[in-house]
Design a protein around this ligand. Structure first.
Ligand SMILES: Nc1ncnc2c1ncn2[C@@H]1O[C@H](COP(=O)(O)OP(=O)(O)O)[C@@H](O)[C@H]1O
Ligand SMILES: [Mg+2]
Length: 318
């Protein structure tokens, strides 16, 4: 993993990031301007990933804002967002590059047809016959560089994780016909995982790590307020309190999948569409399909539980 000073110079970009985000507060502000509300710990993790030029691995339940962070960061940094969505069976050629066989073949036919005596094999393994996939695109994005989102990496298999190591450790990849390709500008790299399985230690070692939890009530309030400004302050507060209690109540375990932030936002939009002024247990029952996407979970949200989750803070204190 040793790099000569020259290599480092060619991929260094932190001076620019330093002026953009001189402090964690400045970064928090920039993310907020891009519509993303980060708490201090998350902002610190992102700040350090930028300063240390390390990939950032975000783990957490679905719907806590992992993917959204990468999007907001690309807006805040005014960098192109390049996204690699992982899935079971994802292969290197879909992540890195593949050769454009059809074009290569055409080139060879044409050379043959013209009766040219050239080194056809060398000619067809040139950059212009290369189809660049996200990893390669990210490495070759000119200044100011890209934000690369490797989304839901836990969905890919272990060989794929092993394949990522060279990129994650050294921001470079090897292509047999072309050699080693290094980053022109270090891509800001965000990996996310819903933790459906444990990731390889070698991947984790190359990344900074942050566990992204559900937001606290105030942050959720801020998010819903920002995304559904037409909802009244009372309604927004009720939603944030209800969802927060639902996730943390002892009955929370009865649910297979707690509502994420997207569900809170959806719910607020739905309640506004229904002209709801105050949430009551009947409204909860009628709209439970927005909070939950599983039949069992909808059933687990009983009338009695809804009453309990809707009680006011004063009742709680009493
Ligand atoms: N911190 C946040 N600030 C603003 N909106 C957020 C935040 N976190 C999540 N959201 C909203 O919640 C939705 C779901 O978040 P997402 O990033 O897709 O979750 P994940 O990738 O963790 O499953 C986003 O589309 C966004 O609207
Ligand atoms: Mg996501």
């Amino acid at each position: 993993m040793s790099r000569s000073p020259d290599d480092l110079k060619s991929t260094q970009n932190s001076p620019m990031l330093k002026t953009l985000f001189p402090s964690i507060d400045a970064l928090t502000q920039a993310l907020q301007s891009a519509g993303y509300f980060a708490d201090r710990r998350l902002a610190t993790a992102v700040f350090l990933a930028l300063r240390l030029q390390r990939p950032l691995l975000l783990e957490g339940e679905p719907g806590v804002g992992k993917t959204e962070l990468a999007k907001a960061l690309s807006i805040a940094l005014q960098r192109e967002l390049i996204r690699l969505q992982c899935y079971d069976g994802l292969e290197q050629r879909e992540a890195l590059y593949e050769w454009n066989y059809a074009a290569q073949l055409l080139h060879m036919r044409a050379s043959e047809g013209r009766g040219e005596v050239t080194d056809v094999e060398r000619e067809v393994y040139q950059g212009r016959y290369l189809i660049r996939r996200p990893l390669l695109q990210a490495l070759q994005t000119p200044a100011p560089g890209a934000v690369l989102l490797i989304d839901e990496v836990d969905r890919a298999d272990e060989p794929f994780e092993a394949f990522l190591l060279e990129y994650l450790g050294e921001y470079q990849v090897s292509i047999p016909e072309l050699g080693t390709i290094r980053a022109e500008v270090t891509p800001i790299t965000i990996l996310t995982s819903n933790r459906t399985r444990e990731l390889n230690d070698a991947v984790k070692r190359r990344c900074l790590y942050h566990w992204l939890d559900y937001p606290d009530r105030d942050r959720e309030l801020a998010i819903v307020r920002a995304q559904v400004p037409e909802a009244s302050e009372q309604l927004t507060a009720q939603i944030a309190r209800f969802v927060d209690r639902l996730r943390h109540s002892p009955f929370g375990n009865a649910f297979q999948r707690a509502p994420g932030i997207a569900e809170s936002v959806e719910w607020a939009k739905a309640l506004v569409a229904l002209d709801t002024l105050v949430v009551d247990p009947e409204v909860v029952a009628d709209t439970a399909g927005i909070l939950f996407k599983q039949r069992e979970d909808v059933a687990a949200l009983t009338h009695a539980l809804a009453v309990d989750l809707l009680r006011s803070d004063e009742d709680e204190a009493a």
